[in-house]
Design a protein around this ligand. Structure first.
Ligand SMILES: Cc1cc2nc3c(=O)[nH]c(=O)nc-3n(C[C@H](O)[C@H](O)[C@H](O)COP(=O)(O)OP(=O)(O)OC[C@H]3O[C@@H](n4cnc5c(N)ncnc54)[C@H](O)[C@@H]3O)c2cc1C
Length: 292
């Protein structure tokens, strides 16, 4: 398949890209890694009049880690750069653990974190992780800038809070508290496929090894990341035991409403969500004890 005709413009700066988006609005699309946009254009599911290539905008790229301030990741940072970053692996092991599950190396070489979050595929891993890590997203237009919590950014399947003249320019991750452990798990039909069910779990322990924070976010079981942290909050204030984790899993299963697909029935997804919750929370709690 071939895309419908379009005009291609390589933006020379962020201001240039934003000015073009403000001029063309919904008629224009940003071209980041192209790994989701090009297939949809080839199938003519998307027919933008103008493609604004943002790959040459250096200020949109890079990982900025500091021990005292939140971590900032530029929107066109490639998955592969995140996957290979030792500091990301140390500070945000949840990201490093999930990345090998995302597509294949060729796709991760091109795909960007900003493109992935903006595309907002409900089965995609990184939207769930951004919610679990309490990320904030920097959104800019030619005239304004605003910050949105990842939890408020995803509005539905392939739908976000982005307005027609806006770009997601940066992802900000708060510094994890000491004694935080995390775990990402997913079941997919084949390695590299989108998740049938995926889960990001984060557990933080206090000085007496009691849980002081617990988060649980699913992908693949709804129209957007499904935050089941309310279920995980059953752990707060207590020592995390197997029984307590089982109770969280039962509660999380009730909080999701999976739609099923050609690959899995809704009942199967619900069952797997419970199994993954138990495994992910057990691992996250163990890692929190070791300060990971
Ligand atoms: C075979 C295959 C398997 C895949 N498997 C997975 C998987 O398992 N998990 C997964 O998560 N993904 C998967 N993907 C998708 C992949 O991760 C994409 O790279 C990603 O979803 C989109 O990122 P991109 O940088 O390529 O964005 P693009 O394709 O360039 O853009 C996607 C959309 O976002 C918009 N956009 C891009 N950047 C911005 C921005 N900064 N601000 C505002 N809008 C923007 C574009 O205009 C477009 O509408 C797969 C893709 C393929 C082809």
């Amino acid at each position: 398949m071939k895309p419908a005709p379009f005009r291609y413009v390589a933006a020379t700066s962020l201001a240039h890209a934003l000015a073009l988006k403000s001029e063309y609005g919904d008629e224009a699309k940003f071209l980041a890694g192209g790994q989701s946009l090009m297939p949809t254009m080839n199938f003519r599911l998307a027919r933008p009049m103008v493609l604004i290539d943002i790959n040459g905008i250096d200020e949109l790229s890079g990982i900025h880690l500091s021990e005292t301030a939140p971590t900032r990741i530029g929107a066109i940072t490639r998955y592969r750069a995140l996957e290979r970053d030792a500091a990301i692996a140390k500070t945000f092991p949840l990201i490093s653990e999930a990345l090998p599950e995302i597509a294949h190396p060729q796709i991760r070489n091109r795909g960007t974190i900003g493109g992935n979050l903006s595309h907002a595929d409900p089965a995609s891993e990184m939207p769930a992780i951004s919610v679990a890590l309490r990320a904030r997203l920097r959104i800019q237009s030619a005239t304004q800038e605003r910050w949105v919590a990842a939890a408020d950014f995803f509005l539905g399947s392939l739908t976000t809070d982005l307005q027609p003249d806006e770009m997601l320019t940066e992802i900000e991750l708060p510094q994890p508290k000491p004694r935080t452990g995390s775990c990402f798990l997913e079941i997919a039909r084949r390695r590299g496929d989108f998740a049938i069910v995926g889960i990001a779990a984060v557990v933080t322990l206090g000085d007496s090894a009691q849980c002081i924070d617990a988060r649980l976010v699913f992908c693949g079981v709804g129209e957007m990341p499904v935050d089941a942290s309310e279920a995980a909050s059953l752990l707060i204030g207590q020592t995390v035991t197997d029984d307590a984790i089982c109770a969280v899993a039962a509660s999380a299963q009730q909080m999701i409403d999976p739609g099923g697909s050609v690959h899995a029935t809704a009942d199967y997804q619900r069952h797997i969500a419970g199994v993954l919750t138990e495994r992910a929370l057990t691992a996250a709690n163990r890692r929190a004890h070791h300060g990971q």
